[in-house]
Design a protein around this ligand. Structure first.
Ligand code: NAP
Length: 243
C-alpha cells in the first residue's frame, strides 16, 4: 500500500490533497489540532477509498508534535511514499508592531515543526526510494506567494514560507540523487478559511481554488524520481505578483 502523511489534512488545501490521495488508494496519516473534525475527516477519507487512515490530533506549536506524528505514521505504515507539509498558520502585522509571541508561534508552526517532521520522515521516505528507485518518494510543501514576493503586513509569515522554499531546495540537493524529491507550491490567495480575513477586499470567487492546488500536487506525485520541480508559483488571475 502506498502511504502519505498530510499535515493540516482536516480543512482547506490539506483536506483537498488528502481526499485526492484517498481516491488514489493511499493509506493516510492526517494531522490537525481539532480531534473531532479530524476523526470525522478520517471517516470521510476511508469512504473516499483510503484503505487505512490514522488521525493524529496535535498542535504543531508543541515541541514533541513532530515526533508523535512521524512515529504514528511509521507504526501504521512502516514507510512513506509522500510527505505533504501543508499545515500552517497565517498571521499578519507590520514589522513595527508585530508581537514577538506571535513571531515565535508562527515560526514554530510554519517552519520548526515542518523541518522536524521532514527530518524524522527521511528514513521512511528512503525505504520507498530504495525499494522503487524509478518512482522515488516525494515531499510537497505548501509555501506561499508571500515567500517569493513581499507583501505589506506579511513579514513573518512570508519569511517562514521563504524558509520552506529554501528547505525544499536543500532537500533536493541532499536527497534527490537517492530518490527523494521535493516541491514547494507557492500560491497567492486560495479560497479557504485561512484567507477569510481578506475576503472583504479580495472576493473569494477571485481566489485560487483548492482544486487547482490539488491538481498540481497530484501531478508532482506522478513524476518519476528523475524529474525535480523545486517550486511552483501560482498567482491569481488579474492580480500582480504580490498577493
Ligand atoms: N489559503 C491561502 O490563501 C494560502 C495561500 C498560500 C499558501 N497557503 C498555505 O497553504 C497551507 C494550507 O492553508 P489552508 O488555506 O488550507 O489553511 P486552513 O484552511 O486554515 O487549514 C489549516 C490546516 O492546518 C491545521 N492547523 C492549523 N494550525 C495548526 C497547528 N498549530 N497545529 C496543527 N495543525 C494546525 C488546521 O487544523 P486545526 O485548526 O484543527 O489545527 C487545518 O487542518 C498553509 O501552510 C498556508 O500557509 C495558504
Amino acid at each position: 500500500m502506498r502511504s502519505a502523511l498530510v499535515t493540516g489534512g482536516s480543512r482547506g488545501i490539506g483536506l483537498g490533497i488528502a481526499t485526492r490521495l484517498a481516491e488514489l488508494g493511499y493509506g493516510l496519516t492526517i494531522t490537525a489540532r481539532d480531534p473531532e473534525t479530524l476523526n470525522a475527516v478520517a471517516r470521510e477519507l476511508s469512504a473516499a477509498g483510503s484503505p487505512q487512515v490514522a488521525a493524529v490530533a496535535v498542535d504543531l506549536a508543541d515541541r514533541d508534535a513532530a515526533d508523535t506524528i512521524v512515529a504514528a505514521h511509521g507504526e501504521q505504515f512502516g514507510s512513506m511514499d509522500a510527505l505533504v507539509l501543508n499545515a500552517g498558520v497565517g498571521t499578519a502585522g507590520s514589522i513595527a508592531d508585530y508581537p514577538m509571541r506571535r513571531f515565535d508561534k508562527t515560526l514554530d508552526v510554519n517552519f520548526r515543526a515542518p523541518f522536524q517532521i521532514l527530518q524524522n520522515s527521511i528514513p521512511l521516505l528512503r525505504l520507498v526510494a530504495e525499494a522503487d528507485p524509478a518512482r522515488g518518494a516525494k515531499v510537497i510543501a505548501l509555501a506561499s506567494l508571500a515567500g517569493v514576493y513581499s507583501e505589506s503586513g506579511l513579514a513573518v509569515y512570508g519569511a517562514t514560507k521563504a524558509a520552506m522554499l529554501s528547505l525544499v531546495d536543500t532537500l533536493n540537493a541532499e536527497e534527490s540523487a537517492g530518490g527523494i524529491t521535493g516541491t514547494s507550491i507557492a500560491p497567492g490567495y486560495v479560497d479557504t478559511d485561512m484567507s477569510d480575513w481578506t475576503k472583504d477586499k479580495i472576493p473569494a470567487e477571485s481566489m485560487i481554488r483548492v482544486g487547482d492546488i490539488v491538481e498540481l500536487a497530484t501531478s508532482i506525485l506522478k513524476l518519476s524520481s528523475r524529474a525535480v520541480v523545486p517550486s511552483i508559483v501560482v498567482t491569481r488571475a488579474g492580480a500582480g505578483l504580490g498577493a
